[in-house]
Write a protein of this length. Structure first.
Lengths: 198, 198
DNA sequence: GACATGTTATACCGATCGGTATATGATAAG
DNA sequence: CTTATCATATACCGATCGGTATAACATGTC
């Protein structure tokens, strides 16, 4: 392959920058962490970072894209409606829990952006990805509405509430109050389902 | 009264600074909003702000204290256990919903801090106030556990989940997905209660 | 070896950050 | 009318911010 060794080196640096930045952003905040601190801890210099990402916001965009792609990769299949809504919901919760356990630092970062000021860089960088999640869930609830009469025209709020509930549980996990085991999965689904069907 | 007119003027400026800062912090973020912008919009100059609050962090502390006092004022009576847990929970949700509707800008700000990095200024400024809310709820669930056998030793996670659920609904309201009416109050309580008793 | 491409470091930019030294008004007490 | 206190403004501080101009270096092509 052409340029193999060159790209290897480049990708190594690129990933290292992303990893360092994700950790720093998650632990202290996107706005207060300076570029200098990132490049120092990554063992490179500023022009290298700007060579790869163009700007601080470009770096943030890259972090969002990399991680949300991972999430959506698992979420896509889980949101396919098979006629059994509780089964789909269960699978979706499993996907989120597994993702949060695999990338807790990123999940904390993206949760912070979730409630960040609508005009902040973090909110804007993550917005399109939430809309994709919301869309996947809305489609599922819309299809399921054909089988559950009392769900009609409520797919948007169901999707939002379901996502919110999932994030609540994950936040509790991230703060050390509980584990994200299979029992929690079923507890969440049962609780949410009860709010829907009654 | 002594110093009356002096303090009147002072309080007017002090409140104006708090109002302006709350709005700016909530809409764009604590870290990115500079002192200069706050004093410009408040129609004063920097030394005046530092005279009242000492530092940017002091201003943030004052904002937290003012608003959380308002919230806890209503939350205290609502968390008194009377033997009817669902009734208490309903009243608590009403208090939170009313507060969120009265001070949406502050609620957005404090929700952002809820998930902010643990080492960030916002998280640290709000931490002690969350702990007070958590404590009030824990006591309620602990007392209620005497009447509900299957609740024992779970008061901490119940308090955390309940608070998280409330904040989820409020976040959905703040994003324009739903209203915080009496129907939502009962929906929330019913849904949460189902997760507890079963 | 000449050349093109991609990668990196040194050193710097203007702007803005949070915070303050100094001085002046305003107000009330004696 | 003096004096003390609070309140406020002008002008400034060093530090750091995101970002870049310039040049050197590494690598693969021809």
């Amino acid at each position: 392959m052409l340029y193999r060794s060159v790209y290897d080196k480049a990708m190594g640096n690129k990933e290292e920058i992303i990893n360092v930045a994700t950790r720093l952003f998650a632990s202290r905040g996107y706005d207060v962490v300076g570029i200098q601190e990132i490049v120092d801890q990554a063992g490179i210099s500023k022009p290298t970072l700007y060579h790869y990402f163009g700007s601080k916001n470009g770096l943030l965009t890259a972090i969002m894209e990399l991680n949300f792609r991972r999430l959506l990769l698992g979420l896509g299949p889980a949101t396919v409606y098979s006629g059994d809504l509780p089964l789909s919901l269960t699978e979706i919760v499993r996907v989120y829990f597994k993702f949060a356990r695999s990338f807790p630092e990123f999940y904390r970062l993206h949760l912070a952006f979730w409630f960040s000021p609508p005009a902040s860089a973090g909110f804007l960088a993550a917005k399109e990805w939430w809309e994709k999640q919301q869309q996947l869930l809305e489609i599922l609830f819309m299809l399921a509405a054909n089988d559950h009469g009392n769900m009609k025209d409520r797919h948007r709020i169901y999707a939002a509430t379901f996502l919110g509930t999932i994030n609540t549980y994950i936040a509790i996990f991230l703060n050390g109050y509980a584990d994200l085991n299979e029992e929690m999965v079923h507890s969440l689904v049962k609780q949410f389902s009860h709010g829907i069907y009654s």
